[in-house]
Design a protein around this ligand. Structure first.
Ligand SMILES: CC(C)=CCC/C(C)=C/CC/C(C)=C/CC/C(C)=C/COC[C@H](O)COP(=O)(O)O
Ligand SMILES: CC(C)=CCC/C(C)=C/CC/C(C)=C/CC/C(C)=C/COP(=O)(O)OP(=O)(O)O
Ligand SMILES: [Mg+2]
Length: 277
């Protein structure tokens, strides 16, 4: 894959796009503003991934040397300039959306998230939990961004709630996975400050909180009965993740749990889509 495409982490960026598409499906709105919003989220998420790899190049040289910057396929200067161009494009599109729908919220969300992504990569990630909370907020904001475009704020906040806690849990598991490189670099993550056991308990608590509350989207009439079928499968992935991380905090198991959680999130996306028809 081309290094300038790879560094965007298109898989993640497309997942963020799916969150906005889900809001469009739930709101049955496919007008131009939400279509521009889809492009905006792809560009903004890509920009966040690029600036993150720009500031992470030393840690990634240990943990993930195959990435575009540590492997030498993209220079630091080009990565920085590339992320700024992507951020500016996303902000420009956010301003166009706000102009069309006559609401400043989409523009404000893009600008605010761009600042958070930059500061996450520059400093927030190196302090305990603030980095994890930042990524969880950014991920959850995809739903709120979509809701701000089509005027579906309440439902988007419900979905953002689940995305926030499930992403927060996964970020803690990812920090457990990166323990060795982070320790060598002196990063202040939850596993390094409070240990792997405490981290696993916190991650499991967040997973179980979101999982136990997820049927509420059916009980309060947001989604129909069909939502519960794929949700049950997603919950199996989530509960398995909680069980596995509590049982074993080895790095290899953290990798497995991180993948399980991501798969559960993708199945949860299907549940949201199926539940809104
Ligand atoms: C209980 C229940 C219904 C939970 C739902 C959880 C859900 C649907 C979460 C969706 C979250 C979402 C919108 C994800 C978009 C993809 C994304 C940008 C995630 C942020 O990832 C940052 C992460 O650090 C990247 O790591 P990696 O995936 O290993 O590259
Ligand atoms: C709604 C709008 C306008 C934007 C949302 C933008 C989104 C979805 C951001 C999601 C989270 C994200 C992509 C954050 C960027 C920073 C990032 C990649 C964090 C994870 O990186 P690390 O913690 O360094 O872990 P790895 O690099 O090892 O994956
Ligand atoms: Mg990184």
């Amino acid at each position: 894959m081309n290094a300038y495409l790879e560094i965007l982490r298109p898989g993640n960026a497309l997942l963020a796009v799916v969150a906005v598409v889900l809001i469009a499906i739930i709101g049955k709105n496919y007008d131009v503003p939400i279509l521009i919003g889809i492009i905006t989220v792809f560009l903004a998420t890509g920009a966040g991934n690029v600036i993150n790899d720009y500031f992470d190049y030393k840690i990634d040289a240990i943990n993930k040397p195959e990435r575009p910057i540590p492997s030498g396929r993209i220079s630091l200067k080009n990565a920085r300039n590339y992320s700024f161009i992507l951020f500016l494009l996303a902000i420009a599109l956010g301003s166009i959306i706000s102009f069309i729908i006559n609401s400043y919220w989409p523009f404000i969300i893009v600008v605010f998230n761009s600042i958070v992504m930059y500061y996450y990569a520059y400093s927030l990630k190196s302090s305990v939990l603030t980095g994890n909370i930042s990524v969880a907020f950014l991920t959850a904001s995809c739903f709120i961004f979509g809701g701000s475009i089509i005027g579906l704020f309440e439902i988007s906040f419900y979905l953002a709630f689940f995305a926030f806690f499930m992403t927060l849990a996964r970020e803690i598991v990812k920090d457990m996975e990166d323990y060795i490189g982070d320790k060598q670099e002196g990063a202040k993550t939850l596993p390094i400050k409070y240990g792997m056991k405490i981290s696993s308990i916190l991650a499991a608590l967040f997973i179980l909180l979101a999982s136990c509350l997820s049927p509420i989207l059916y009980l309060n009439g947001i989604f129909n009965l069909y939502y519960l079928i794929p949700l049950t499968i997603a919950l199996i992935f989530f509960i398995m993740s909680a069980y596995k991380i509590l049982l074993n905090q080895e790095v290899e198991n953290c990798k497995t749990v991180s993948k399980l959680l991501k798969r559960g999130m993708m199945i949860a996306f299907i549940a949201f889509a199926v539940g809104s028809f």
